[in-house]
Ligand binder design. Structure first.
Ligand code: SF4
Length: 281
């Protein structure tokens, strides 16, 4: 049994995912972490935040999970890469943390989004939490890089009303440079969601000089349009709000000199997605 320490030193609710929260599970033995991951009875959470209007439809509670095996150059939450930085939270505590917002979320046509980190690093916990949210009548969404989608069965995917799928770059080499991982599993998951007709919003982070190649964006747009289940494409302009975390963590940050995208570049990118008939915003 994992004692919920030192998580008691911090509330589950955080002000923002940009808060730096470190080493919340440092006293949890590795064997207990493994057991928790297998059972899904305990999750490792950065925080829950409320009032988000940018992580799915309506106003949402967002659970920020710890653990990600990707290393995106523009990641704004590198403190969530390591599971050890998440606080151990029992499923019951997480469900209760959500339950108190249930009525308000319905009124505001919102719901619950699990983000991260990569939430499917904790796939059993995610499934149990989504199942509980659905039982409360709360709309559910997951923000994922899609690479671990095979961990979920088709039935489990039905507990997720919306997948916010990050497609970060096009082409193996560019994707590997940006994320440290192969794009193949993400595209396989996208095709599987399409075959199951599960609703998807594609999220694309626009970084000048890194992800703004027009031909690459056209390829992503063509792929997304071919799926038939992509309801929306969100073009997310790169920002520098996470830079201080890289500095605090002592990780080399390569994007120091990268400027924010101009509104002209954002418009041009939206145009490339819209040219394929996609609802790009
Ligand atoms: S997939 Fe998300 S959490 Fe993981 S490194 Fe990339 S941006 Fe960060």
């Amino acid at each position: 049994m994992i004692a919920e320490t030192p998580s008691k030193t911090l509330p589950l609710e955080g002000n923002s995912p940009y808060d730096l929260r470190l080493y919340q599970s440092r006293d949890v033995p590795e064997s207990a972490v493994k057991k928790a991951l297998l059972s899904g009875d305990i999750g490792f959470i950065h925080s829950f935040t409320t009032g988000s209007t940018v992580d799915g439809p309506g106003v949402r509670v967002v659970g920020w999970t710890a653990g990600c095996h990707w290393r995106c150059l523009y990641c704004h939450n590198p403190d969530t890469w390591s599971m050890i930085n998440g606080m151990p939270v029992t499923l019951e505590r997480a469900v209760e943390g959500l339950r108190k917002y249930r009525a308000g979320l319905k009124v505001m046509a919102g719901g619950f989004t699990l983000s991260g980190g990569e939430p499917l690093m904790q796939d059993r916990f995610a499934v149990k939490l989504f199942t509980a949210a659905k039982a409360m009548g709360v709309h559910t969404a997951i923000e994922t890089n899609g690479s671990l989608g095979e961990r979920l069965t088709d039935e489990e995917l039905e507990k997720i009303d919306l997948v916010l799928l990050g497609i970060k770059a096009w082409g193996s080499e560019r994707h590997m440079h940006l994320t440290g991982k192969d794009i193949g599993p993400t595209l396989d998951f996208a095709r599987r969601l399409a075959a199951l007709r599960r609703p998807v919003w594609v999220r694309f982070v626009l970084v000048p000089g890194l992800t703004d190649d027009a031909q690459d964006i056209r390829e992503i747009a063509k792929f997304a349009a071919s799926l038939g289940n992509v309801e929306r494409v969100e073009v997310l302009p790169f920002h520098q709000m996470g830079r201080y975390k890289w500095e605090k963590l002592g990780i080399n940050y390569e994007l120091d000199d990268v400027k924010l995208p101009t509104s002209a570049l954002v418009d041009q990118t939206l145009g490339l997605f819209r040219a394929e008939g996609l609802n790009a915003v």
